[in-house]
Design a protein around this ligand. Structure first.
Ligand code: ATP
Length: 311
């Protein structure tokens, strides 16, 4: 079973308001409310791929309860640590082809809640073959919190795919215990390294030569419609994907992580791992829902992905 961790989940609310009037009353007819958070997208896609997953992380209050209800409705097995403070709402206002977002930072965890979270994580690992950790850390936890999770998993020989950014990613990469895989996009790489990394194999290869990436088995640098550049041990691959009729690419990175996790648990060879990860990312981009794929299209798009080894 795959464990999908989300430390700062949300209820994602989208309001269709046209026209959107600033400093005035806006009445909303079309409202959608879904359980959000990158790890929950990962869990949703794993379920759609027919594999066992357990969603975990921290939740609080009535918003937390709503997230659990939504996960249950979608048959996503879950077990969250209940925290004292209320989980967050994230609001997207869709107006005139534009999107204005209002994102709550979310609840702050106490030190005890942080410790309880690590204890729960360690307990869960007894029935887990692989872990995905996605998204930002909630307030109150130290920036090296994911280092602890990686260390606990490595001690038990359980592989971790880490998809986070900024300081939380940097802290993990600077410590001794490395995750099995990471999936930054080029913007996240640039931000973390404090240098310009663009969608170009030379630029990415140059960036990945830095010492902090040593010891990570797989680094998938995703580039949206341009596919990905991947480092596996000492080998580099360019992955090219077909042009798609994109409906909503949000969450494609999470779908990529899900596909990669599923292929790893199936012991697929490198080329199949990479083609699966790209295909699930693409399938997500072709659906309106975030963290949603249509598996009936899988084989067709899988065959269109090209994996090429580069120097
Ligand atoms: P998010 O943060 O929204 O989850 P991300 O930036 O982490 O996304 P992307 O690089 O945008 O991840 O997308 C991951 C993969 O999904 C890509 O490598 C590609 O396979 C697929 N994908 C994403 N956007 C597109 C697109 N516009 N056209 C085709 N494929 C796409």
């Amino acid at each position: 079973m795959i464990l999908a961790v989300t430390m700062n989940p949300s209820v994602d609310i989208s309001y269709h308001v046209d026209p959107f009037k600033l400093d005035d009353v806006n009445r909303v007819e079309h409202v959608s409310k879904t359980a959000g958070g990158k790890g929950l997208n990962v869990a949703r896609v794993i379920v759609q791929m027919g594999e066992n997953v357990l969603a975990t992380g921290v939740l609080g209050g009535t918003i937390g309860e709503y997230i659990i209800q939504e996960l249950n409705k979608n048959s996503i097995p879950n077990t969250f640590l209940k925290i004292e403070k209320e989980s967050r709402n994230c609001i997207a206002i869709l107006h005139g082809g534009k999107q204005t977002e209002i994102l709550e930072t979310g609840p702050a965890l106490s030190e005890d809640e942080g410790k309880a979270c690590l204890d729960k994580y360690e307990e869960l690992l007894s029935s887990i073959s692989l872990v995905t950790i996605s998204g930002s850390l909630p307030k109150g936890l130290p920036a090296d919190f994911y280092c602890n999770m990686v260390e606990i998993s490595n001690r038990r020989g359980i592989r971790v795919i880490l998809d986070t950014s900024g300081e939380a990613l940097k802290q993990v990469l600077q410590q001794g215990e490395k995750p099995f895989a990471i999936k930054p996009n080029t913007a996240e790489l640039s931000q973390m390294l404090g240098m310009d990394v663009n969608n170009d194999s030379n630029s990415i290869q140059q960036a990945l030569k830095q010492d902090i990436f040593q010891g990570i088995e797989w680094i998938i640098v995703s580039m949206g419609s341009e596919g990905a550049i991947v480092r596996h041990q000492a080998d580099y691959y360019r992955i090219t994907i077909p042009k798609l009729d994109v409906i909503n690419p949000v969450g494609s990175g999470d779908a990529t992580v899900a596909g990669f996790a599923v292929a790893l648990t199936r012991d697929n060879p490198p080329e199949t791992l990479l083609k699966t990860a790209m295909t699930t990312g693409m399938l997500n981009a072709m659906e309106s829902g975030t963290g949603s794929i249509n598996m009936e299209k899988f084989d067709h798009y899988f065959d269109l992905v090209k994996v090429e080894k580069i120097d």
